[in-house]
Design a protein around this ligand. Structure first.
Ligand code: ADP
Length: 489
């Protein structure tokens, strides 16, 4: 079977968050399992100079968006016999400083930018010599693909229209644009209605995917249940309830060839659950790098994140300040960027408590590895968390997760009160800074009991969240969907 994955970011070529990691790992894992995989993604600024083996495919095409025509070209890379990555070059859209925004401002033409990617995916799917049976798209940026496939089915000019699968990585980002942007799609006006892409008088890319795709997945079983409720459904819960039979939650996996504590070039020393001496070296090195006192006796907490309300970044600020004013002994290191007010809040905390707090504002994947390896606890008090990857990376790196029981965090972290034998972290429930502060105090109590630290750490480091297991769920879904008769639009 041949499956085309469509994504707006793809590790290691482009990344703002977990979407890139997920599609990058899933593509490799599916190809390793014998599925023929093509991935389509934009050719953003700097990709060809960082990856010189990416070559122009001598395949040019044109796309009409509204009354303007845009030229594009495919580039390709074949990382393995079963895997081809197709990059879409269109410099006026993708040769920019950021993927979706720069200086905190969303690009005003994001509807056009990702419609162009959508059209490129359709062109590829129609004209590849071995056409895909399934187009698996991800998040709002490629959310209109299932709608175009339905339209092609109705038009009858494409004998083997692929089936569509859509993976929802975050319901909070919907790709909502003025309804006048419908004209850019080139689809008939009659196709713009409440059962397709129309939502509150606007064009909503995500809604198009949720109404039109053959199957929907999201990135954890618990998030798949949560999004059926008003608290987590972001206004789309009624629609999701209608589609509940077609919705599956599959927890993301970890690429352990990259997130690995042995002979990892990003780390100053190797370590395992049986020999943590290298972890102590990693801790001393990262404390030195960040200008914190080198103290093995103090627990080092960390958080690597987009600074947003979703991630509980404000809760951390308030809880830490209360603990610091209470002269509680610990260290904390942040790596993150996002909301300017939150950036300022962390910088100011680091200035006021320089021996206990470090704040690095920016996006630095290598430092993310060093922090996971050097820290003792990982804070993840998310308001909502579709899957979350950092708690999974932390488990492998022996940094005990302290999480709010939501989404994939609830699925992957076990608190001692739930199951003392299998416990691998600390969990709290209420989204407020007092609950987080209490959870951090619990972590400090655990820190004082070395046998508990060893127990939680060992359970975490030896847990298997590899992609291999999760990939079997996607293959089963592909097989199921490929056998379905195309739905009539
Ligand atoms: P989300 O996709 O919601 O941002 P995830 O936990 O699923 O959250 O994935 C986040 C990914 O992005 C992880 O690989 C994490 O290490 C990485 N990341 C987030 N912020 C930074 C940063 N400032 N520097 C380096 N990596 C980061």
């Amino acid at each position: 079977m041949h499956v085309l994955l469509a994504t707006s970011e793809l590790h290691p070529f482009s990344k703002t968050g977990g979407l890139a990691d997920m599609v990058g790992s899933l593509a490799h894992s599916l190809a390793d399992a014998g599925v023929q995989i093509s991935v389509i993604t934009p050719l953003y600024r700097g990709i060809t100079s960082r990856f010189p083996s990416i070559k122009a495919a001598q395949w040019r095409f044109a796309v009409r968006l509204g009354n303007k025509q845009f030229e594009g070209q495919f580039f390709r890379l074949d990382p393995s016999p079963k895997l081809t990555v197709w990059f879409v070059q269109q410099d006026s859209f993708y040769d920019r400083a950021g993927l979706y925004s720069s200086s905190g401002l969303e690009y005003l033409d994001n509807a056009s930018r990702f419609l162009f990617l959508t059209h490129a995916a359709l062109i590829l799917a129609r004209h590849l010599p071995n056409p895909p049976k399934i187009i698996h798209s991800h998040d709002w940026q490629t959310g209109l693909l299932p709608l175009y496939l339905q339209h092609a089915r109705a038009a009858g000019d494409w004998p083997t229209v692929p089936q569509s699968i859509f993976t929802l990585h975050n319901l909070a980002y919907q790709g909502s644009f003025p309804s006048t942007d419908w004209a850019l799609t080139g689809l008939p006006t009659a196709w713009f209605h409440l059962e397709s892409a129309q939502h509150f008088q606007r064009l909503n890319f995500l809604k198009a995917a949720l109404t039109q795709s053959t199957a929907i997945t999201t990135v954890s079983p618990n998030y798949a249940r949560e999004i059926l409720t008003p608290e987590y459904g972001c206004g789309l819960e009624s629609l999701l309830i209608k589609r509940a039979n077609d919705l599956t939650g599959i927890l993301n996996g970890v690429d352990y060839s990259e997130w690995n504590t042995i002979a990892n070039p990003a780390l100053p020393a190797s370590f395992t659950s049986d020999d943590l001496s290298g972890k102590a070296l990693c801790k001393a090195a990262v404390q030195k790098e960040l200008g914190l006192p080198i103290r093995q006796d103090l627990p080092l907490f960390t958080n690597i994140t987009r600074l947003t309300d979703q991630k509980g970044s404000e809760l951390i600020l308030v809880a830490l300040e209360r603990l610091l004013l209470d002269v509680v002994p610990f260290q904390f290191a942040l790596l993150g960027s996002g909301d300017p007010l939150l950036e300022q809040g962390y910088k100011s905390l680091a200035t006021r408590f320089p021996t206990q707090v470090s704040a690095r504002i920016g996006f630095d994947p290598a430092l993310a590895h060093r922090l996971e390896a050097g820290s003792d606890f990982y804070l993840m008090p998310s308001r909502f968390e579709p899957c979350g990857l950092n708690q999974l990376y932390s488990l492998r790196y022996g940094s005990i997760p302290v999480v709010r029981a939501t989404g994939g965090l609830h699925d992957s972290i076990i608190d001692p009160r739930e199951d003392a034998d299998r416990a691998n972290g600390i969990k709290f429930h209420t989204y407020d800074h007092r609950a987080l502060e209490q959870a951090i105090r619990k972590a400090l109590a655990v820190w004082a009991e070395p046998s508990w630290i060893d127990h939680l750490r060992r359970n975490g480091m030896t847990a298997d969240f590899s992609w291999k297991r999760q990939t079997t769920h996607y293959i089963a879904l592909y097989n199921e969907v490929a056998q379905l008769k195309p739905a009539t639009p």
